[in-house]
Ligand binder design. Sequence first.
Ligand SMILES: [Zn+2]
Length: 152
Amino acid sequence: MTSTNDSPAPVRVSLREGLLLGELYNISSVRLAGCKCADCGETSLGERLICPNCGQSDVSTVALGNVGTLWSFTVIRHRPPGDYRGPTPFAPFGLGLVELTEGLRVLSPIDVDVDALEIGLPLRFHPYVRHDPEKDVVAFSYVPNLGATLDV
Ligand SMILES: [Zn+2]
């Protein structure tokens, strides 16, 4: 009798190259990657070779903080076309701009009941593994940061 333990673990990849830092097989270590510029001080999303703000190359990769606040949002009420891999049957979800402590805003699904979406909602980074047919993909959303105070 075979069990699923006999099959090799699926390959695990990042949602996008250069977007995540940490060990993909240790999900709690995963962070959003940022690019910090020594010239202008700008922090931008993802690993980069040059600063998208000033074009200089004196940049370093940093792990972005895990908390932010909901800056703006919309509710996706219709199943997106193409290879959408959310729950079946489709359930409406929030898509928001999360303002991080570093000052940049990140577009992300907001994993909370859509009726609970509110500008200023405290959020925290939530990496998770999505099981696609041929590989596991490390993706992320933001979830309410319980215990934090509403910052409006
Ligand atoms: Zn710069």
